[in-house]
Ligand binder design. Structure first.
Ligand code: NDP
Ligand code: 8X3
Length: 249
């Protein structure tokens, strides 16, 4: 059985991707800090084997430990890594921003992706046509007001997707970058530090993407034939034209 490793599987895109990939017959390795959420998801997803582990992707030693502790039948059969764990914290001008917020975004979105990729690539190298899928953002394509450090972190993800495609070319490992626009998950609740009203207002007046839309995009990417690599997909709500322009009712 082929296994897919998904970071940030306790919520939003990650949980939806887990469900979609299980439907395609993959065994799953689900990683996140909230292990209780992963346990609930593991009980729900019972069609194929699901291995869960508590992981903070910002901690390089934890990343190494979790990957090296994978049961050998899983380690031998890792075909897909989804670098999905990520977050925005705060939205405002840089000069009034907090360095703690910047560090959380850069450590999670950029360094977490580096640590995970570094640890898992040796497993992927065993299989030609294995796959890394990085969840970037429209914020990795454009910069919008108040997006400064989050946008910078997702531009880095975009650049690393391109760089990994070069580094892994000779091994025939595919690298795909997905750049979603506004999607209704816990993303805004995290960005606005638990302020439910402000978070909900992000999705007022238009139909935002749902996590299942991104999961279906992942399913499309991993089901292409060996000779086809989807390099980059930008996916937005129909009511969104770019990083800042929305058609709201
Ligand atoms: P959610 O907040 O619903 O999910 C984020 C996930 O990331 C959670 O499972 C969380 O798990 C995990 N995570 C955060 N920090 C860490 C960490 N240090 N270590 C391990 N896991 C971590 O948001 P989304 O599903 O929307 O976000 C998923 C990805 O999609 C992110 O990279 C985000 O930037 C990106 N994105 C989101 C968009 C949106 O509009 N929603 C649009 C474009 C991109 P836990 O807290 O349990 O560790
Ligand atoms: C999340 C979408 O538009 O808030 O990456 O940057 S946006």
């Amino acid at each position: 059985m082929k296994y897919a490793i998904i970071t940030g599987a306790s919520s939003g895109f990650g949980a939806a991707i887990a469900q979609e990939l299980q439907g395609l017959g993959y065994g799953l390795v689900l990683l996140a800090r909230r292990i209780d959420r992963l346990e609930t998801l593991q009980k729900k997803l019972n069609q194929t084997p699901v291995y869960i582990a508590k992981l903070d992707v910002c901690q390089e030693d934890q990343v190494r430990e979790v990957v090296s502790n994978l049961p050998s039948d899983i380690a031998k059969n890792c075909f897909v890594l989804i670098n999905n764990a990520g977050l925005a914290v705060g939205r405002g001008p840089l000069d009034t921003g907090l360095s703690d917020d910047w560090n959380r975004m850069l450590d999670t979105n950029v360094k977490g992706l580096l640590y995970m990729s570094h640890a898992v690539i040796p497993l992927l190298k065993k299989h030609p046509f294995s796959h890394i899928i990085n969840i970037s953002s429209i914020a990795g394509k454009e910069v919008y007001a108040g997006g400064n450090v989050y946008c910078a972190s997702k531009h880095a993800v975009d650049a690393l997707s391109k760089a990994l495609r070069i580094d892994l070319l000779a091994r025939q490992i595919k690298v795909s970058n997905i750049a979603p626009g506004a999607a209704e998950t816990e993303f805004s609740l995290v960005r606005f530090k638990g302020d439910e009203q402000t978070a909900a207002s992000v999705y007022d007046g238009y139909e935002a993407l749902q996590a299942s839309d991104i999961a279906q995009t992942v399913a499309f990417i991993v089901t292409r034939p060996n000779h086809v690599s989807i390099a980059d997909i930008t996916i937005m709500p129909t009511a969104q034209a770019n990083g800042s322009l929305f058609h709201k009712q």
